[in-house]
Write a protein that binds this ligand. Structure first.
Ligand code: MN3
Length: 265
């Protein structure tokens, strides 16, 4: 009887284990499905060159990316770049055009719209921010190895103590921004720099932002910016970001910001 009991236990245990394994593999498949990239035209024909031919041209500039889709590998993967530019960024741009269409905002300078964004609809705020922020983001990155220009490094040492302390402060803003949003390096009214973060597609130019200033470096911390490659590991994405920062462009925008000139796409 004892042996039969043990056999019965082994059989029940094995059947139980099999059904658990089955369930687990189903779950994993489901999770993979959720992050599977849907191939668009550019992906299926293997083209690495972006094109803005499929969006309407307007007073608000929208061109191709300043580098190929695969240029920022391995830090930002090709699939993410295609999805991010072709679907998300173009989507914000098109919705922004719709949101300003036949309103008082139509044709106004993008920086003027953002700096008075509380006057406009949430559609203008979210999509105008999405349109502008992504251009600043693409132009914060470069596939080339960029050293920090001496003037920029000196200014960062002045305002943050050291480059290391600056990177820690910026990374902390990026890591602790709750949910979707952005981290920024900004030049304040008095010409000094600070770091900040904003939710959704807000930015430091907006009159609704907690901290105002001229943004010169942007990091997108929406999940769509990193989830395909990094999954939920946002801090790994932030650490890798430093390898592709275009310090020459950041320095150019810093010099401009000192004379109150603001980046426009
Ligand atoms: Mn984005």
């Amino acid at each position: 009887m004892k042996i039969i009991g043990r056999l019965l236990f082994v059989v029940i245990f094995t059947v139980g284990l099999m059904s658990c394994t089955q369930k687990n593999s189903d779950q994993i498949e489901g999770e993979n499905d959720a992050i599977t990239y849907t191939k668009d035209k550019a992906a299926s024909d293997g083209s690495m060159t972006s094109s803005a031919d499929d969006v309407p041209q307007s007073d608000y500039a929208f061109g191709p990316l300043p580098y190929a889709f695969d240029a920022l590998e391995p830090v930002i993967d090709t699939k993410t770049m295609k999805l991010h530019y072709d679907k998300h960024h173009k989507g914000y741009y098109k919705k922004f055009l719709n949101a300003v269409s036949e309103t008082e905002a139509e044709g106004k300078d993008i920086v003027d719209i953002l700096s008075q964004v509380s006057m406009y609809s949430m559609g203008v705020r979210n999509n105008g921010g999405g349109y502008y922020n992504h251009w600043l983001f693409w132009n914060s990155l470069s596939p080339d190895d960029k050293t920090v220009p001496a003037t920029m490094e000196k200014a960062i040492n002045n305002d943050f103590g050291s480059m290391k302390e600056f990177k820690e402060a910026f990374s902390s803003e990026a890591a602790t921004q709750f949910g979707s949003g952005w981290a920024w390096l900004i030049v304040k009214e008095d010409g000094s720099m600070t770091v900040s973060s904003t939710p959704n597609q807000d930015n430091p130019l907006m009159d609704v932002a907690d901290i105002n200033g001229i943004p010169i470096l942007a990091l997108d911390v929406w999940e769509h910016a990193y989830y395909v490659k990094y999954n939920n590991k946002r801090t790994q994405y932030i650490d890798s970001f430093w390898k592709i920062v275009d310090w020459e462009k950041v320095n150019d925008r810093y010099q401009d910001a000192l004379s109150k000139e603001i980046y426009r796409p």
